[in-house]
Design a protein around this ligand. Structure first.
Ligand code: 13P
Ligand code: SF4
Length: 305
């Protein structure tokens, strides 16, 4: 079977079985092509709640499928690849945060959406990379414990200097692996290009950037900019998708190693298997867990996230 035939079969089956396919923008291009919607994790979860289909296939990682389930508890939510977790989301667990809370009495615990549903049950509010600054600024409390990404936390602290923001050592192994020297090398190789960086990168890399923002922020910036060349400081698929969408511009990955293996563990054949009902994992969460973990997400929505 050719790739086109596999894609056609997926399109036929998803229609026949009334399945909505969501693809995070870190997914491979051939998966994005068969998806109903592509976007960042939060936009996709909000969108999932509005689609008519009763079954949603989330091509991404586990915390994203959990977020979809929490916002659409009556839908059947399938994670495309059961092994696809986000290493950052698994760095901290509920027990760790419960254990350190006495040292942070009176602090509001702000959790990046890249956390497990279990962990969200002991946090106060969620943020995404696009809403973190706005939400932290809107909180009444000046004392904030920001978990798990200390790089995103440092970025927020820089934008909201009036708050006392504390962190724990956590972060994305892919974004945080890029050194200042690598970013400088990319800039030297492409002196006319603007550098667009995700705030999960280390502060020394973010400091070199012309723009710092979420995956969708970076895509929007590049599409609307009158610039012609861009170095993309996030997972390499974003540079690839942008190159397809804007053939007249040039996109270079900041570092060739910015590949999230978990995101890439879903293949087009997996998607075919999922729509056939032969693979993937249905996300099952108790009502109690959904209610308890959702508080954080509802608070984020209330504060305009
Ligand atoms: P978004 O929330 O922008 O989709 O990003 C998720 C992620 O995993 C970033 O590394
Ligand atoms: Fe998690 Fe990093 Fe992969 Fe995003 S890129 S899913 S934060 S490991």
């Amino acid at each position: 079977m050719s790739m086109r035939e596999v894609q056609d079969e997926i399109l036929r089956l998803k229609k026949e079985k009334d399945i909505c396919i969501l693809a995070h923008s870190y997914q491979a291009h051939e998966i994005v092509e068969v998806a109903d919607f592509t976007g960042d994790s939060y936009a996709l979860s909000k969108l999932a709640a509005t689609v008519p289909q009763k079954t949603v296939l989330m091509c991404g990682v586990r915390f994203m499928a959990e977020t979809v389930k929490m916002l659409s508890p009556d839908k059947k939510v399938i994670l495309s690849c059961p092994q696809a977790g986000c290493p950052m989301a698994e760095q901290m667990d509920k027990e760790l945060i419960e254990g350190i809370k006495p040292q942070f009495e009176g602090y509001t615990v702000v959790a990046y959406i890249n956390t497990t549903a279990e962990l969200k049950t002991v946090c106060d509010v969620c943020v995404t990379s696009s809403s973190a600054v706005k939400i932290v600024r809107a909180l009444e409390n000046n004392n904030i414990l920001f978990i798990p990404d200390c790089n995103l936390g440092a970025y927020v602290a820089k934008q909201v200097p009036e708050k006392n923001i504390r962190f724990l050592q956590g972060g994305c192994p892919i974004h945080a692996s890029v050194t200042k020297a690598q970013a400088e090398k990319a800039k030297a190789l492409h002196p006319d290009a603007e550098l667009l960086v995700h705030p999960e990168c280390i502060p020394a890399v973010a400091a070199l950037a012309d723009y710092v923002g979420s995956t969708s922020g970076i895509m929007e910036y590049a599409k609307q900019s009158s610039g012609r060349e861009f170095i993309i400081g996030t997972e390499n698929s974003i540079a690839e998708h942008l190159q397809y969408e804007c053939p007249d511009k040039k996109f270079y990955p900041m570092a060739k190693g910015m590949i999230c293996e978990n995101m890439k563990s879903t293949t087009l054949m997996d998607v075919l298997g999922c729509v056939k009902g032969e693979c993937g994992e249905e996300i099952v969460m108790s009502d109690e867990l959904i209610q308890s973990a959702r508080r954080c997400i509802d608070k984020m929505i209330e504060l305009g996230g």
